[in-house]
Ligand binder design. Structure first.
Ligand SMILES: [Zn+2]
Length: 94
């Protein structure tokens, strides 16, 4: 039996993103699973929001209790410079 190859999320994540362009206003759209309007991926059987994963992958660790807000208003966007950390005031939106 061939060994099971487990690919790390950080490895496959970029291949699931459709970069609409490199210009500042261009969103990078998530192209995989979506639930309730937000993209997600499964990590160890847990659903992790794609934009939160993108933030931790490309910007930095996500502190407990903080939220990631979309500056561009597009919930499927995972472009790091369109994401901003908030203290929870935007919780109802994201
Ligand atoms: Zn965007």
């Amino acid at each position: 039996m061939a060994p099971l190859v487990v690919r790390e999320p950080a490895e496959y994540f970029p291949s699931l993103v459709d970069k609409q362009g490199e210009g500042k206003g261009s969103c990078w759209l998530w192209r995989s699973s979506v639930k309730d309007g937000y993209g997600y991926l499964l990590i160890d059987g847990k659903r992790v929001k794609a934009h939160r994963f993108a933030y931790s992958l490309w910007v930095g660790p996500l502190p407990e209790g903080r939220y990631v807000y979309h500056r561009c208003g597009n919930p499927l966007c995972v472009r790091p410079d369109h994401l901003r950390l908030t203290d929870g005031r935007y919780r109802t939106r994201h």
